[in-house]
Structure formats: C-alpha cells, structure tokens
Design a protein around this ligand. Structure first.
Ligand SMILES: C[S@@+](CC[C@H](N)C(=O)[O-])C[C@H]1O[C@@H](n2cnc3c(N)ncnc32)[C@H](O)[C@@H]1O
Length: 488
C-alpha cells in the first residue's frame, strides 16, 4: 500500500463528508443498526442517491459495486491508483472495494481506518485468510476506552493490526512505536498513520522483540489472546486472534515481560483472556504473573463457559456448519477438560511502574456496568494506590461526591438491615458497610482528622475508641484504595 496516496484519499473522504456523523446521517438509525448486525439491505435502500458519501458507504461499508462514474466523482482522480494500491478492484464500468475504509472518531477529531473487509455480510461466508487484518472490533474499542490518555513521552502499541490504538496514542504521546508479525497489518497500519496525518514507527517482529532494550511510558495491547491448544493445521492459525501458544501463555508472556519495557511512572494496559482453573480461584493464578515491584489492577469483567467460548471462536473462524465442525468442537472442548480449565476469564490487566518499594496488587471481579471510558478511573486507582497504605489518624479525608448510601430492610423499621455505599461514577464500585463504616464515610468532609472521626463515632456508638481505631484504620485505607474516600 502506497502511503503517498493517503493525503489525496483523506482529502476525498473529507470532501465527501464520509465521517462518523456523515455516515450516521445517510444511513439513519435503522440501517446503521442493521449494518452493526452485518445486514446491508436497509443501508442499500438508503443510499441510492449517488452523492459521494452514499457512494463511499455503498462501496466500503455495504460492500456493493458502484458505477465507475460514481466512484470517480467520490474519489476524484484516485480510482486507478487505489486499484493499483489494492484498495479497489475495477471491472468494466464498475468498482468494488477490496479493503474496508471507514470513518472513526475520537471526541476531538475525525479519523479513518483501512482494514480487511468485514466477512459475513448478509449471511455470506465468514471465513477469512490467516493474515486477515481486523478492523475496529469491540475489543479494540474496549482497549481504547481503557487506555490512559495523559500526555506521555513514548507509547507502544503491541500487536497493532490496523493500527487503531496507535492512532489514539499518537494524539497524546510524543513518540509511538507499533509492532506486529503480520506483514499485511504492518502495511495497513503504516497507511492508516499516513491517512490520519500522524507519525507511527511501525516495526515488524514478535511481542517485545522489536523494542528490545527500549522503555515506554505507556504500553497498550490487545494481544491475540484466544485460548486454544495452540496447534494449527496449515493456514489455520488466524494471526489476529491466535498467538500459536497454548492456553493463556501469550497473556502471561506479555504481563511478565512488560515491566522490562516500562519507564519509571509507566503503565502497561492489556486486554486479555485467561484460564480459570478447576479448583483454583481466578485471582490466585493471575496474581502469580504480576511483577513484585509494580502496582497492578486486574479486573475480571466476564467469565465464559468453555462450551460457549469454543462456539464463539469456531463461529468467528467461519467453521460453524462445516463438515468437521463437531469434531473441532469436541477436540477443543476436550482439551479444555484435559487441562482442567473450568472457565475463561476476560478482563483488563493494568501494571504501573511506580518506582516505589511498597506495591499494591488489586484483583477485582467486577462484571457490572462501569462508566466508559474507564481510563480515568484506572488513573484514579493508580493515584489512590500510592497513598492508601500511608493513610493514618492525622489525615483529613473526603468522601467522593458521587458516593451514595443505600439502605435495605423491612418497610417501617428504624434501622436498616444492610447499608451499601455505591459509587455512581468510574468503576461504580459498591461495598456493604456496617454502622461504624457508614458513619465514618458520612463524616469525612475534610474537616476533622480521621482519628478524631473514629473517636467520635466510637463515643456515639458506645464502642471502645482504641479498638475502633485498630479495626477501622485499615477499613479507611481500603476505602481510599477503592476510591470511596480521598485525602482532602
Ligand atoms: C486482536 S488483534 C489487535 C489489533 C489492534 N491492536 C486492535 O486493538 O484492534 C492482535 C494483533 O496482534 C498481532 N500479533 C499476533 N501475534 C503476534 C506476535 N507474536 N507479536 C506481535 N503481534 C502479534 C496480530 O497480527 C494482530 O494484529
């Protein structure tokens, strides 16, 4: 792909109004939602007018042929060159897309992303080639929402694919390196960087090999984490999702090796699947991978049943309905069983190189709704983790403004049976509190020091002040670490 084409393609896309908003307007909600379900009929009905934006929607998003004259109007002077570059195919009087090119946006700007065509539109074949370059997937969006967006000197996008994470990183990192092992992905990522007028140093190589000896302020990665036996027949390994390593070794490798590439203060953020072993808690296994000298926040967002997992990924590979579907299903599921894999966890691993001796490892199972983008809450966690353990009786704490108290109990009874403190923002954590804890949090307005609040609560509840301090100082530290309270 010739990156020299990118400026003129960008100019044509801008001139056509081929943006997220422009496409949404042309398609309308019904056709837009249908397309999200891989159905094009409503979209085709809405784009018969021949305007440049309609032509581009038909060509790239609905994957239908357009008359050459329409394509020439939407992409002036570019059709031949885009055909040579492999984005389009021309036949007599007609043009079809060979690659996907779609608008994307951050809160600040319009972007465009080229990738391989989405397979399986309108029930068509789902099968893709082993070097398929995935477009923006739900996993891409999830990682983009997880990634911290503070200004940093350097960032690494490990396993860049079409380069979408690198495009985000380029807006807040002085220097971005993106790596991949798929030559087609490398070419597409380079083209997308040029298309979006950002500089990305795209490098070929496996995992951290292309950045040996280098450290970054931020590493963001959505590695090929599908959990399988890791044995593939010829052309069967789909590089966008299969690492070639068995089980969750790929994620373990990334988590264990990432600290060698983090600058002081740096973060590594990984979107991943992991094995939940029979008879062992999920966090026990994950805790064993975490670096002893870095803070870590691991959030298990989902737990998947092995059978549902195998079905999901066999369908993704277009194997559903194939003659050997049952055999493949059985082999994969039996392997799960042989390995003692009870379930598959999905979630986020965040490592923070604080440079301090005391570290905090929080492993949280939190399948509930969180406020997106969640990145800000991760950053808050990082700051809270640094101060929580040092909280003492002399500290002044304030309750976070979004924390509410819910009480539950029989109607008409004066005292509630349970009190729940619930955050309305960020991770939206909730914790059950007893009377002392609820009174403590209620009194944290930054006025009195923590020790004085605990003494007053003890007096009010007729409890032993020393015992109250001994029991509730650690609770106050947890409340700070979890974001309910913060030093004023
Ligand atoms: C799930 S895709 C993620 C793509 C993109 N970063 C995103 O967020 O959408 C995983 C990417 O890792 C790449 N990959 C596979 N094996 C790799 C390896 N050993 N080292 C580096 N990248 C690899 C794949 O080619 C693919 O582009």
């Amino acid at each position: 792909m010739d990156a020299a084409l990118a400026p003129s393609l960008r100019a044509a896309l801008v001139a056509a109004g081929f943006t997220v908003d422009g496409v949404a307007e042309v398609l309308g909600p019904r056709a837009h939602d249908a397309l999200l379900r891989n159905e094009t009929a409503p979209g085709l009905a809405r784009t018969r007018g021949g305007s440049p934006v309609e032509v581009l929607v038909r060509l790239f998003l609905l994957q239908t042929s357009v008359p050459l004259a329409d394509a020439e109007r939407a992409l002036p002077g570019l059709v031949d060159r885009l055909a040579v570059a492999g984005l389009l195919d021309q036949s007599v009087g007609e043009v079809v897309a060979r690659l996907d090119c779609r608008p994307y946006a951050t809160e600040e700007e319009d972007l465009w992303v080229v990738s391989d065509l989405t397979p399986g539109l309108d029930g068509g074949p789902q099968r893709v080639g082993p070097d398929h370059v995935l477009g923006i997937s739900p996993a891409s969006t999830s990682l983009a929402q997880l990634t911290l967006r503070e200004e940093v000197g350097s960032a690494l996008d490990l396993g860049t694919g079409c380069g979408v994470q690198a495009l985000h990183l380029a807006r807040h990192a002085g220097r971005v390196v993106a790596t991949d092992v798929n030559a087609r992905a490398l070419a597409v990522a380079r083209f997308n960087a040029a298309l979006n007028e950002v500089e990305v140093d795209v490098r070929d190589g496996s995992f951290f090999a292309p950045v040996r000896g280098e450290r970054f302020d931020l590493v963001a990665t959505n590695p090929p984490f599908v959990i399988s036996p890791g044995r593939f027949g010829r052309d069967e390994r789909l590089v966008y999702r299969d690492s070639g390593l068995p089980g969750d070794e790929v994620v373990e490798h990334v988590v264990r090796r990432a600290p060698d590439h983090l600058a002081p203060g740096g973060w590594c953020q990984v979107l991943a699947n992991w094995v939940v072993e029979r008879g062992r808690s999920w966090d026990d296994r994950l805790a064993g991978w975490l670096p002893a000298e870095h803070d870590a926040l691991v959030v298990q967002r989902e737990v998947l049943d092995p059978a549902a997992y195998v079905e999901l990924w066999l369908k993704d590979a277009g194997r559903h309905g194939a003659p050997d579907y049952l055999e493949r299903y059985d082999t994969w599921l039996s392997w799960f069983d042989d390995q003692g894999i009870e379930a598959v966890g999905f979630g986020w691993v965040n490592l923070h190189h604080t440079g301090e001796a005391a570290v905090r490892h929080d492993l949280l199972s939190w399948p509930y709704d969180v406020e997106q983008p969640i990145a800000e809450a991760v950053g808050q966690w990082g700051r809270a983790a640094r101060v929580a353990d040092g909280v003492g009786p002399g500290d002044h704490l304030v309750v976070r403004p979004d924390v509410v108290q819910e009480t539950h109990g029989p109607v008409g009874v004066a005292d509630p049976e349970t009190i729940v403190l619930r955050q309305q923002r960020g991770f939206r954590r909730a914790r059950t509190a007893d009377t002392v804890e609820a009174a403590l949090v209620g009194a944290c307005d930054g006025d009195l020091p923590l020790g004085a609040i605990l003494d007053a609560v003890a007096q009010l509840l007729d409890a032993d002040p020393e015992q109250t301090r001994a029991t509730y100082l650690p609770v106050a530290r947890d409340l700070v670490a979890e974001g309910f309270l913060s030093p004023s």
